[in-house]
Design a protein around this ligand. Structure first.
Ligand code: GTP
Ligand code: MG
Ligand code: ZN
Length: 305
């Protein structure tokens, strides 16, 4: 049976030219109504790429074969790059405290890159069973100074994560992002009982993940709440204007906004600039400086091109 009236749908997975689309039923998207769709030929693919998380209008719905056609794309709120996902509300930067080892500079890159999207950003630390309580408190304290109240999780103790689950169910569409092997999919499998997506132990020798998850996929956790699992990336690309960078570090903007510090020059980058009044004794200052310096050289290179 085919129905021709248009329906709103949500793209949950993408492969080659096909999309899995959940049908929107009155207020909510419902997982059981999932259709395999292609994009109507008249839509110019180049101008209008469609991503996981996009809301689309589908028609030519075939209820028997569960096929339909994407007719148009709704205006999106935002688009993350690498991995490409649309309409995210909350970003959970996910790192393991061990196996793979925590790399602070990498954590910072992920955080700053996420902050540049202007979305709600949180930090999740997995595998806390592999470290002592003392070390855990030390890390919570450290990231607290960075401006993040880290959520610490432990596979062995599911009560740790009950509060986290309550939090996720209040968000519209959360995404787990972080390197391979930190336990993003393991977490998702705990959040959604019955889901058994593939996970794999980190390699023995180099203690790195094996890039087990290959696709971005969106999962429903309640009627109005979604989570996106992503493939692990080791580096997060940064395309942030150097003048904006200081607004993404809480240690800097707090000094500027709360304490009202003023540097001699209004566009001070807080490097070694004359008349700079920023208190630079915070852990992430060296990361900030490195980011400015490396993007500055890019910036000038691009100008010279
Ligand atoms: N000890 C311990 N191991 C964990 C924990 N969470 C996950 N792991 C293990 O870490 C390994 C990697 O987990 P995955 O869920 O595949 O990691 P991922 O982040 O999805 O990795 P990619 O899909 O490659 O990006 C698996 O062997 C998990 O069992 C935890 O809390 N404690
Ligand atoms: Mg995975
Ligand atoms: Zn300054």
């Amino acid at each position: 049976m085919k129905i021709n009236n248009k329906h709103l749908g949500l793209v949950t997975k993408k492969f080659n030219d096909f999309f899995l689309v959940d049908l929107k039923n009155q207020e909510n998207f419902v997982n059981s109504e999932r259709f395999l769709c292609k994009v109507r030929k008249s839509i110019n693919f180049k101008d209008q790429l469609i991503y996981v998380g996009d809301e689309v209008v589908i028609d030519n719905i075939d209820l028997k074969s569960k096929r339909a056609v994407i007719k148009s794309l709704k205006k999106r709120k935002n688009l993350l790059i690498r991995p490409s996902v649309a309409n995210i509300s909350d970003i959970y930067i996910t790192f393991s405290v061990a196996e793979p080892e925590l790399n602070l500079s990498q954590v910072n890159r992920f955080l700053i890159s996420a902050e540049s999207m202007g979305l709600e950003v949180s930090l999740v630390l997995t595998k806390c069973d592999l470290i002592s309580d003392k070390r855990r408190s030390f890390l919570v304290d450290k990231f607290g100074k960075w401006g993040y109240q880290a959520i610490t999780l432990n596979l062995q103790k599911s009560n740790y994560f009950k509060n986290f689950l309550v939090e996720l169910k209040q968000k519209e569409c959360s995404i787990f992002m972080g390197p391979s092997g930190v336990g993003k999919t393991t977490l998702l499998n705990m959040i959604i009982p019955g889901l058994q997506n593939s996970t794999a132990p980190v390699s023995n020798k180099i203690k790195r993940g094996k890039n087990t998850t290959r696709n971005v996929e969106l999962f429903s956790i309640s009627n109005q709440s979604y989570i996106v699992d992503t493939p692990g990336f080791n580096m997060q690309p940064l395309e942030v204007d150097i003048r904006v960078l200081q607004n993404l570090y809480s240690e800097i903007y707090k000094q500027v906004i709360d304490e009202g510090i003023k540097c001699k020059f209004r566009n001070c980058l807080h490097l070694n600039d004359e008349g700079c009044n920023l208190n630079k004794s915070f852990e992430r200052y060296s990361f900030y400086k490195e980011m400015i310096e490396s993007s500055k050289s890019h910036y000038y290179q691009n100008q010279a091109d």
